[in-house]
Design a protein around this ligand. Structure first.
Ligand SMILES: NC(=O)c1ccc[n+]([C@@H]2O[C@H](COP(=O)([O-])OP(=O)(O)OC[C@H]3O[C@@H](n4cnc5c(N)ncnc54)[C@H](OP(=O)(O)O)[C@@H]3O)[C@@H](O)[C@H]2O)c1
Length: 245
């Protein structure tokens, strides 16, 4: 990919940062992040990246970010909705307020924000000759893990809406891609004990599939999970959770 104006959320760490590292040399990258420490680190390691401070759940902050992008670059070729959040789900032992706060945060970041930002970005995407939106969901959109129950539900929700948006944006010739990562070695997966794909490897696979024109990317273990979820859903649930009926 060359000479594209690329906007990515949560680009200051993990998967987002690995994708930026692959693209920064030949493209213009704008990263939207909310964490000032991470933003400072991104600015010092990759000064070429235009780093904007905004929380993806804030309509006003996204409007300000897009106004800057409009004024500075005039269009968006590729919008990558990558920012995400996931925490442990303990239905019995978490008090009700914390439980509901966690759910609200996961829904706001993983589900509502990609829809809101994609909608707000439409006028700028329409100015591109080859516009595309990427949604980073999860292999766990296919099969839930009990201890991540609400995170998986938020990813299943964005998985379904992405299919709707893809169909509806066909008329505008805007490509809509969903990438469903396996376990990738980032802060988000720090508690996982299974094999974790290095983020650099994940970014390379994602970009290869993107350039081949794939719109639904089941990467690594997600590929098997998707097949099990269709043909043997109960077995898939038991495999991930060591229980269930
Ligand atoms: N790692 C995995 O195993 C895995 C598997 C499947 C899917 N995914 C998905 O991959 C994406 C990237 O995750 P990752 O693994 O790279 O984790 P990560 O290193 O934690 O990266 C996520 C980034 O999103 C940022 N972010 C979160 N909420 C935000 C908000 N409201 N506004 C702006 N930025 C925000 C985070 O920063 P702060 O929270 O510090 O602001 C962080 O920099 C996520 O959507 C995740 O669900 C990851």
């Amino acid at each position: 990919m060359k000479n594209k104006i690329i906007v990515i959320t949560g680009g200051a760490s993990g998967i987002g940062l690995a994708i930026i590292n692959e693209l920064v040399e030949n493209n213009t990258i704008i990263s939207i992040d909310r964490n000032p420490v991470k933003i400072a680190s991104l600015k010092s390691t990759l000064p070429k990246v235009d780093s904007i401070k905004a929380d993806v759940t804030s309509s006003g902050e996204l409007d300000a970010a897009l106004a800057h992008i409009d004024k500075t670059y005039g269009k968006i070729d590729l919008l990558i909705n990558n920012a995400g959040k996931g925490g442990q789900f303990d239905f019995i032992n978490t008090d009700e307020k914390k439980l509901m706060d966690n759910i609200a945060e996961e829904i706001a970041i993983n589900y509502t924000a990609p829809i809101m930002l994609s909608k707000k970005a439409l006028p700028l995407l329409k100015k591109s000759t080859e516009p595309a939106i990427v949604i980073v969901s999860s292999g766990l959109a296919y099969v839930p893990m009990s201890f991540l129950g609400t995170y998986c539900a938020s990813k299943a929700a964005i998985h379904f809406v992405t299919m709707s948006i893809r169909l509806q944006l066909e008329s505008l010739k805007i490509r809509v891609v969903e990438v469903l990562p396996p376990i990738v070695d980032t802060v988000l997966s720090k508690d996982a004990t299974a094999y974790k794909m290095p983020p650099e490897k994940f970014a390379k696979i994602f970009l290869t599939k993107f350039s081949k024109g794939e719109n639904v990317m089941n990467i690594g273990q997600t590929s098997g999970l998707e097949k099990f979820s269709r043909f043997l859903p109960k077995t898939a649930f038991k495999m991930l959770n060591k229980g269930g009926n």
